[in-house]
Design a protein around this ligand. Structure first.
Ligand code: VGL
Ligand code: ZN
Length: 177
């Protein structure tokens, strides 16, 4: 059985959000298309406490973003909620980055319960949470396909998106357009 993992398509990662990924909202249409063809769709949310260690005011690298329960942490309204079967929140521990949807969550168990052996991965951001989630899916022994056209990279450093693709391929992840 296949599943689609929709990574962090939240208001704060889309244009106008606190940690906007350039062109972040361009992933919505292709994701809805993938989701409409997928038997199981799991959406992850970055879901941080207000004093999360990744925030600049705590000495971390990022502006405050995706604080649990705030509008910025909601899934973008363009993602068709009818197509989403489950939502997995991550990054809830102050001291854990929580880039991967598998880190400290019930995602692996959920996939096993549904006999998932292959996952499609899309969403935001390619060079952080999409990459970390896809790499962990490989480590969990799943067949993994990242749909690049349904992702966008933050590119803190130019080229980070391309480097993420190289790392993914080196780990045995299939990266398609
Ligand atoms: C993400 C930076 C900080 C992501 C999450 O979803 O890629 N990036 N938190
Ligand atoms: Zn975060």
């Amino acid at each position: 059985m296949r599943a689609l993992i929709v990574v962090d398509v939240q208001n704060d990662f889309c244009p106008g959000g606190a940690l906007a990924v350039p062109g972040g909202d361009a992933v919505i249409e292709p994701i809805n298309r993938l989701a409409s063809q997928s038997p199981l769709v799991v959406a992850t949310r970055d879901w941080h406490p207000a004093d999360h260690g990744s925030f600049a005011e705590q000495g971390g690298p990022w502006p405050v973003h995706c604080v649990a329960g705030t509008p910025g942490a909601e899934l973008h309204a363009g993602i068709d909620p009818e197509l989403v079967d489950a939502v997995i929140d991550k990054g809830q521990e102050v001291g854990q980055e929580g880039y991967s949807g598998f880190e400290g969550t019930g995602l692996e168990r959920l996939l096993r319960e549904h006999d998932v052996d292959a996952v499609d991965v899309a969403g935001l951001a390619l060079d952080y949470c999409v990459m970390a989630t896809a790499l962990d899916a490989r480590r969990a022994g799943l067949e993994v396909t990242v749909h690049r056209g349904a992702t966008r990279a933050v590119e803190v450093q130019p080229g980070d998106g391309e480097r993420a693709v190289e790392r993914l391929r080196a780990a045995g992840v299939e990266v398609v357009d």
